[in-house]
Design a protein around this ligand. Structure first.
Ligand code: HMG
Length: 387
């Protein structure tokens, strides 16, 4: 029996900034952001969205009434949790109307947690083939105004349904993973913005990829020619390209250009959204599924997951027959075409108005068209509503 991703869905809120505008405001050459970093636009998260609402908005499109009655495991991966004790998955269970006899759990390991959640889901379904698991990866990447990390902000959520005989991609049992305790990126419990050693984090990311790929080849006997495409965790899209370039010399010229073409497909959507931390790898997978012209059933995709701190994993998945029919129709096109562009001043104001602190606050949800929104804080209880 094969187990894997049966459905995948994405959400990001209805505001963005243009990277040329940000470059001008920060007195940088726009090509540094567009080419050097590889980002075109960046999602801006209004105060009425958080990790919980974004996850609910992503999952809504792929859950049927039967799923809501039958799901008994919800795994919520995030490093933008809204509570140090209560699981974001418990909020999700109520908002999505998932039956009560379900397990709900929130997990954290920087940008790696979504992959761990997916593998837990795979193992659970292998033991219980008639079950489905909902895995969500939802985050807001916040570094701070005027910081060098600002160009790599963004946010959104990816939701995946893991089942037996999946329609999109099976998850192979070839995972190679590793952990090394390093301080490349972190966010202390008292901080709302990430701390980062930017250049060091790039180096650790690339060295993890090379080491895991070498280990993968050694253990499985597979090589670069066994893969149709490689998708990467993309904190910014240039970094995935740097990773891919490390292994391209192992392929002949024709294979190199084919892999580069697939990589371009896998970063189209990430360029317009930015980093969504633990969901970024799966947004890149979705981008590949939506934009590649020649994926066919049986193609092997390599996935590199990286979470600072640091943990990495490389594994593969196999594309399924007619996978296109299982994708949510025109989802990304609708999200992008319904977004409003903010000036840098408007973005800065929105950035500073995020819901922080313990004081009661009522938020204006009338400008947020998403189904699930955060309407404020009352007696230190977050107030969620659905339109
Ligand atoms: P920076 O110092 O502003 O940028 O920081 P830079 O000077 O290194 O330039 C960036 C690139 O632009 C360079 O290319 C320049 O040459 C190029 P590279 O040498 O790297 O190939 N460049 C230009 N290109 C074309 N035209 C020009 C031009 N000018 C310069 N005119 C940095 C960049 C990414 C370090 C910063 O934004 C940052 O710290 N970001 C946050 C950290 C991050 O994203 N790290 C990634 C690895 S860690 C990770 O993936 C985990 C994470 O997702 C968190 C988690 O796990 O939870 C972050």
């Amino acid at each position: 029996m094969q187990v894997g991703i049966d459905q995948i869905s994405f959400f990001s809120p209805n505001y963005y900034i243009d990277m040329v505008d940000l470059a001008m405001a920060r007195e940088q050459d726009p090509n540094k952001y567009l080419i050097g970093i590889g980002q075109t636009q960046q999602a801006v998260i209004p105060p009425t969205q958080d990790a919980v609402t974004m996850a609910a908005n992503a999952a809504e499109s792929i859950l049927t009434d039967t799923d809501r009655e039958q799901l008994d495991l919800i795994i919520f991966a995030t490093e933008s949790g809204v509570d140090n004790s209560k699981s974001a998955a418990a909020y999700l269970q109520r908002l999505l109307g998932i039956q009560s006899y379900a397990r709900t759990i929130e997990i954290k390991q920087a940008c790696y947690a979504g992959t761990y959640g997916l593998m837990q889901a795979r193992d659970y379904v292998e033991l219980n083939p008639n079950k489905k698991v909902l895995v969500v990866a939802s985050d807001i990447a916040r570094y701070g105004l005027g910081t060098s990390g600002e160009v790599t902000q963004g946010g959104g959520a990816v939701a995946m349904l893991v089942t037996a005989n999946p329609r999109i991609m099976t998850l192979e049992r070839d995972n190679q993973f590793m952990t090394k305790e390093v301080m490349d990126f972190w966010r202390p419990v008292y901080a709302t913005e990430a701390r980062v050693d930017g250049k060091f984090s790039n180096d650790v990311y690339q060295s993890f990829f090379v080491e895991l790929w070498d280990r993968y080849r050694h253990i499985t006997g597979k090589d670069i020619n066994d893969f149709k495409a490689f998708v990467f965790h993309l904190p910014y899209t240039k970094l995935g390209l740097k990773g891919l370039r490390k292994i391209l010399p192992e392929a002949d010229e024709a294979k190199q250009s084919s892999l580069l073409e697939q990589f371009e497909a896998s970063r189209v959507d990430n360029k317009n959204i930015g980093n969504l931390y633990t969901g970024s790898l799966y947004l890149s997978l979705l981008s590949l599924l939506n934009h590649s012209h020649d994926l066919i059933a049986g193609d092997r995709i390599g996935l590199f997951s990286y979470g600072s701190g640091a943990e990495g994993e490389f594994y593969s998945g196999i594309i399924q027959e007619n996978y296109q029919e299982a994708l949510v129709t025109d989802q990304m096109e609708n999200i992008l075409s319904n977004r409003t562009k903010l000036s840098i001043l408007e973005y800065e104001t929105m950035f500073n108005s995020a819901l922080m602190g313990a004081d009661d606050r009522q938020l204006d949800g009338t400008k947020d068209p998403a189904k699930y929104i955060l309407t404020g804080l009352r007696e230190e209880r977050r107030q969620y509503e659905q339109h």
